[in-house]
Design a protein around this ligand. Structure first.
Ligand code: AN7
Length: 331
């Protein structure tokens, strides 16, 4: 038998990615797609969990980061910079370390999960905590990138989205078809934009014959895309999606509208309940990811076409031990 050699998304899906002279990889992607008996029981159809916490730094960000940092290294950038609610920081720090580039990270003060801060520091990133809303901090990162000759590796970077589109390719390859719906948490809207782009590409290439509805889930206290207007001082237990003014607003709306999907919102209580239900079937995810599963429950009787539902569980539960501690005070 030939050895199984998964060498990351650039090796697997290079034909769908921009050409890259330098490749910086930790063999990301190739993540499990596992059935959820909990959600299947509730929704009466197959529901799959795409475990993005199984990536090298424990979130989907690694798919985008391998492409963005490869491009930055090939361009001869001095280093990389990003603003982050946590996962982007850890991923940027790891891929920059892999590439031998410096990494600067701007984090919202007091709003980043411990696990992620630890990862960024372990990989040698320069971490600056800044007071302010995420969009202001992102604005600072954009400015510093231009002034210091750093590559910005937030999802405003189009190479990030190219890489993140590979989650869609993997889902279609694993199922042998497109699902009826894809449910994912939405903060800045980069990932829903990227995943929809991926389904469009696979459809255009003849790899799938239908396209899924894209269901974007937000937290009630951070629901700009559900309301249709920005939220001042967003608040939710799901720190990754505590975003009041999404950077990829347009792309997210386009994905939902063009696919016939919708945005929906879930309460913090629903999020923590879904986190516990997933953990009870062996899958531990961070609150933002649990929001997707909580959102999937809202699809009961929503008139979706027949077929599979896929929840993209974007990040690992170990990111934020404090979220569990809140729900289970004896931990
Ligand atoms: C686990 O790390 O924005 O809608 O700075 O970490 O593309 O913003 C993280 C976002 C969902 C939302 N789930 O994705 C960051 C950051 C998890 C996340 C999202 C994030 P977007």
């Amino acid at each position: 038998m030939a050895p199984i050699a998964w060498k990351g998304i650039i090796a697997a899906y290079g034909e769908f990615l921009p050409p890259l002279a330098t490749k910086v990889t930790l063999h990301e992607g190739g993540t499990p797609l596992v059935p959820s008996s909990w959600l299947e029981g509730r929704l009466g159809r197959p529901v799959w969990l795409k475990l993005e916490g199984s990536n090298p730094t424990c979130s989907f960000k690694d798919r985008g980061m391998t492409v963005a940092v490869s491009q930055a290294a090939g361009d001869g950038a001095r280093g990389v910079i990003c603003a982050s609610t946590g996962n982007t920081a850890a991923s940027a720090a790891a891929y920059a370390a892999r590439a031998g580039l410096s990494c600067s990270i701007l984090l919202p003060a007091g709003a980043v999960a411990r696990g992620k801060l630890v990862q960024a520091v372990a990989h040698g990133a320069r971490v600056l905590t800044v007071e302010g809303e995420f969009e202001e901090i992102l604005g600072m990162a954009v400015k510093m990138a231009a002034e210091e000759g750093y590559a910005l590796v937030n999802s405003l970077n189009p190479f990030r989205l190219e890489g993140q589109a590979t989650a869609s390719y993997e889902i279609c390859d694993a199922l042998g078809r497109a699902p009826a719906a894809v449910v994912l948490p939405v903060g800045n809207g980069g990932n829903i934009t990227a995943c929809w782009m991926g389904f469009l590409r696979y459809h255009a290439a003849g790899r799938i014959t239908s396209r899924p509805r894209m269901i974007g889930v937000q937290a009630e206290g951070a629901n700009p895309l559900v309301r249709g207007s920005p939220v001042v001082r967003p608040e939710t237990v799901a720190s990754a999606i505590r975003i009041g003014r999404p950077a990829s607003w347009k792309g997210a709306v386009e994905a939902v509208e063009a696919s016939g999907g919708r945005f929906l919102q879930v309460s913090d209580e629903e999020i923590l309940g879904a986190q516990r239900a997933l953990a009870a079937e062996g899958v531990f995810v961070e609150p933002a990811s649990a929001a997707a599963a909580a959102g999937a429950l809202h699809l009961q009787g929503a008139g979706l076409p027949d077929g599979d539902i896929v929840c993209i569980l974007t990040g690992h539960g170990l990111k934020d031990p404090d979220a569990v501690r809140m729900a289970e005070p004896w931990v």
